[in-house]
Write a protein that binds this ligand. Structure first.
Ligand SMILES: Nc1ncnc2c1ncn2[C@@H]1O[C@H](COP(=O)(O)OP(=O)(O)OP(=O)(O)O)[C@@H](O)[C@H]1O
Ligand SMILES: [Mg+2]
Length: 244
């Protein structure tokens, strides 16, 4: 590690996006996006299908080139940094589309979250506390897990790398309420233990309000509403915006 200074001691935001415009080739999807994640805090991006939420994460991470704007990660300019290099800056990405290797065991999928195999045993102990079912099933093929279990494995893999910033795309999609609650608890526990900052994309407003400190509603690629999740009336304001 080159930088031993923790984000909280520098006071810099974990992530800062300024006037970002981005899309696919000539198709502009995101317009003039501003957002900031204070170190150790959680921001939720809300919005209906096709509003640009996944495009936002992919643009931040460098999978898509930005047409304009700036992205700072803990003060470092990553606007034009390649995605594989961003991933090395203690940033984890849990994509919306299936991202497990179905033909590999749970253990081998988990290994992919680590830069060194020697860390596995130690880090796994912390993950078992959050998702105990993984312990007995390490040699099982990931493709044989249920949809909900696969989502939990994805989060477990991200946690193993001890990211400073987690980007998570619609983790609750298709999950039953009890599993959604487990995932919410897992993220809260991780945050308490390690001060992890998070950007979560969600359509489950209740989950987002439970897990996040701030919310941002995206509509057709633009920020149309922002606020604190603890504020009275947040749920009503968001729901009104989403049904408009
Ligand atoms: N690879 C692509 N090429 C061209 N257009 C794309 C591509 N991916 C997404 N889009 C378009 O960009 C817009 C935003 O898509 P995006 O996937 O960011 O939405 P989303 O908010 O994540 O939706 P969902 O909640 O359904 O996942 C949509 O109009 C979509 O059709
Ligand atoms: Mg999406």
């Amino acid at each position: 590690m080159h930088n031993q200074t923790t984000p909280s001691s520098t006071g810099l935001p974990a992530l800062e996006v300024t006037a970002m415009t981005s899309g696919y080739g000539a198709l502009m999807v995101l317009r003039n996006i501003h957002l900031s994640i204070a170190s150790g805090s959680v921001v939720a991006i809300l919005g209906k299908n096709g509003m640009g939420k996944t495009t936002l994460l992919k643009s931040i991470l460098g999978f898509l080139p930005k047409q304009s704007g700036q992205v700072l990660l803990n003060g470092q300019d990553i606007t034009t940094m390649a995605a594989y290099r961003v991933a090395r800056q203690s940033v984890s990405y849990t994509p919306q589309e299936q991202a497990l290797f179905a033909d590999l065991t749970i253990k081998d999928n988990l290994r992919l979250g680590l830069s060194r195999d020697s860390l596995l045993a130690d880090r796994l102990a912390g993950v078992y506390e959050i998702f105990p079912f993984l312990k007995e099933r390490l040699e099982q093929l990931a493709g044989t897990l249920s949809g909900g279990e696969q989502k939990m494995l994805l989060i477990a893999r991200a946690l193993l790398g001890r990211p400073k910033l987690m980007l998570i795309d619609e983790i609750t999609e298709g999950l039953q309420p009890s599993v959604i609650q487990r995932v919410a608890n897992a993220l809260s526990t991780e945050r308490q233990r390690h001060g992890t900052s998070m950007l979560i994309v969600e359509q489950n407003v209740e989950f987002a309000l439970q897990v996040a400190d701030h919310y941002i509603v995206l509509k057709r690629g633009e920020v149309v509403l922002t606020g604190r999740t603890r504020e009275a009336g947040a749920l009503g304001a968001i729901e009104a915006e989403l049904t408009m």
